[in-house]
Ligand binder design. Structure first.
Ligand code: MG
Length: 378
């Protein structure tokens, strides 16, 4: 089984509401999505999606995915997609770094590998636990009233897990955390996401003022060095996502006790293959996990939901469903959907569904293998 065609699709995904991060420093109105379709010489098809959260959030770039795929195509064509690790190594040798460009290819390979084996991606990654994963909202940074209104909107859709974006300054963030905690309902869990906006001093000030173990603070400062420095100064559980990129990052966080939660972002870390290793480091060290793409449609949510459901429930906090924040759905009625606050993957082989190409438009690039000796693109 050899990959003989790579089709690349581009779609902009308008957000249902404008979205702010890092204390209103960063605004987002739409996402730039890339969809990858791999086809093999014997008719197998797999799909991947790469949708960074804009280009100002972390070092990832929608057009950069498509440029990266142009470079990677020669390393991908002719590979057996079931040998996901071989494809991963070939991509890493061809183009070091640029993890976000490789993630959709890795996802599409897992889709084909699962279909070939008759197993879901979750079962291919170690096994699917029976219960779905709590869906986490992503609540835009704003005033206390804005934040509570947004939480109410997600509550109306069944969400019981919320990632509230803060980073507006010490006094504002303390007020926001206290206000949100005061309206917490039974069974709800809140993570407050700073998205790197605090200095070390600000982090210590806020986390001392709101010191309770019933919430978590995500990515309080810019770097792992910063977070390691404040970790001994607070009892509030800490999650790291934006600074969790490589397996070496994961090993350092676990070994040095920098965080109690891994926020594993599939597009950020380079796909399911690399994310599964980071998951294993977490589980080996008693670290809980939240799993998410960096954004995107039900395809990206499904990828995250598959990995999430391989994690034992006691270590699995949530999965983010971006599908409720965008106005485009390339697979209506298919894939994991929010049901009473949970995303659950089926036992259908591979990803379990495919998008409608009519929702993606014409491919913006097609790379083909024309013989066993030559590889060309058109
Ligand atoms: Mg985060």
């Amino acid at each position: 089984m050899k990959i003989n065609r790579i089709s690349v699709f581009h779609r902009n995904l308008p957000l249902t509401h404008p979205y702010w991060l890092s204390g209103k420093q960063l605004r987002f109105d739409r996402l730039d999505a890339t969809f990858v379709k791999l086809e093999t010489e014997d008719g197998a098809t797999g799909w991947g999606e790469g949708t960074p959260w804009g280009h100002s959030y972390v070092p990832a770039h929608g057009p950069g995915i498509r440029a990266g795929l142009e470079t990677l195509a020669t390393a991908i064509l002719g590979q057996d997609p079931r040998q996901v690790g071989i494809v991963e190594q070939a991509m890493d040798q061809c183009l070091p770094g640029h993890l976000y460009a490789k993630a959709p290819v890795d996802m599409a390979c897992w889709d084909i590998a699962g279909q070939s084996a008759g197993l879901s991606i979750a079962d291919m990654l170690g096994g699917r636990h029976p219960n779905g994963t709590a869906v986490a909202s992503s609540v835009s940074s704003g005033t206390v009233d804005d934040v509570i209104a947004e939480i109410e909107r997600f509550r109306s859709m069944g969400y019981v897990s919320h990632s509230v974006k803060i980073g507006n300054g010490v006094a504002e963030d303390i007020a926001c955390i206290r206000a949100v905690r005061s309206i917490r309902q039974a069974g709800e869990w809140f993570l407050f996401d700073v998205n790197r906006a605090w200095s070390r001093r600000q982090a210590v000030q806020v986390m001392t003022a709101i010191a309770e173990p019933d919430i978590a603070i995500e990515q309080p400062c810019e770097s792992l060095d910063d977070i390691a420095a404040i970790r001994p100064l607070t009892t509030v559980p800490i999650s790291v996502d934006e600074s969790l990129v490589t397996l070496q990052d994961a090993a350092r966080i676990a070994r040095d006790g920098i965080a109690e939660i891994f926020g594993i972002k599939l597009n950020r870390v380079g796909g399911l293959s690399k994310a599964a290793r980071i998951r294993d480091v977490a589980l080996a060290h008693g670290i809980d996990c939240t799993i998410m793409a960096t954004g995107g449609t039900v395809l990206a949510d499904a990828e995250a939901a598959h990995l999430a459901q391989t994690i034992p429930a006691r270590h699995r906090l949530s999965v983010w469903a971006c599908q409720d924040m965008i106005t485009v759905d390339p697979a209506p009625g298919r894939g994991p959907r929010n049901a009473n606050g949970y995303l659950t993957v089926s036992d259908a082989p591979g990803l379990g569904f495919a998008p409608d190409e009519e929702h993606l438009g014409e491919p913006v690039a097609v790379y083909e293998r024309v013989s066993t000796k030559g590889k060309v693109r058109r």
